[in-house]
Design a protein around this ligand. Structure first.
Ligand SMILES: CC(C)(COP(=O)(O)OP(=O)(O)OC[C@H]1O[C@@H](n2cnc3c(N)ncnc32)[C@H](O)[C@@H]1OP(=O)(O)O)[C@@H](O)C(=O)NCCC(=O)NCCS
Length: 160
């Protein structure tokens, strides 16, 4: 997918992402922290510091900003792992293979930057798109669990 680019996040992206992610349909599929915009800006500023435990990129297609992909809980010392999340907030771009290509590119990037052995992901069990995207990228289901009456899945991708 030649027109897909992962670009650096700016403060302007953080504000747009926060607003777009208030969408009810997205909120139902994705276990967001219900942060205020100020919290989101603080987290972004933290992510820019050296040795930050989070790292993110924005997803750009044909020059248009359509979503974010990021990892958090980066631990290069003990667990040697990080957690990954993706949200394409512009729903007109769902189901076109962008999620699949984005996850593949981002995992490669993260394994290149950080000294970790695996990437981990949580998703709701009824989020079929998210599950298909993770499994297509090589993530394996490790466990299913119930939290607050919602069935969820935990996935891992091991460094090759
Ligand atoms: C999840 C998300 C990132 C996927 O991105 P996307 O660009 O829509 O995904 P893709 O087009 O690359 O792939 C979608 C896959 O889901 C499959 N799919 C779509 N609807 C499906 C359904 N109802 N049942 C089963 N599979 C389904 C498609 O067939 C495709 O798999 P394939 O490539 O094997 O055919 C995007 O939909 C999104 O941002 N959703 C809201 C936030 C979210 O749920 N984030 C994930 C939390 S971990």
């Amino acid at each position: 997918m030649e027109n897909l680019l992962l670009k650096p996040r700016t403060l302007e992206h953080v504000k747009v992402f926060w607003e777009k992610s208030q969408d009810q349909e997205i909120d139902k599929m994705f276990p967001f922290n219900r942060n205020t915009l100020d919290d989101a800006i603080k987290l972004y500023e933290e992510s820019l510091k050296p040795n930050s435990r989070s790292f993110g990129k924005v997803i750009s297609i044909d020059g248009k900003y359509i979503g974010d992909i990021w990892c958090y809980g980066i631990d290069e010392v003990d667990a040697k792992q990080a957690f990954i999340s993706i949200v394409i907030f512009d729903k007109t771009y769902w189901g076109k293979g962008i999620g699949k290509h984005t996850i593949e590119q981002f995992c490669q990037l993260v394994f290149g930057i950080y000294d970790i052995n695996k990437l981990c992901a949580f998703t709701y069990k009824d989020n079929k798109r998210s599950i298909a995207v993770l499994e297509n990228a090589g993530f394996k289901k490790i466990e299913e669990f119930e939290e607050d009456d919602v069935l969820s899945c935990y996935y891992e991708l091991l460094r090759l």
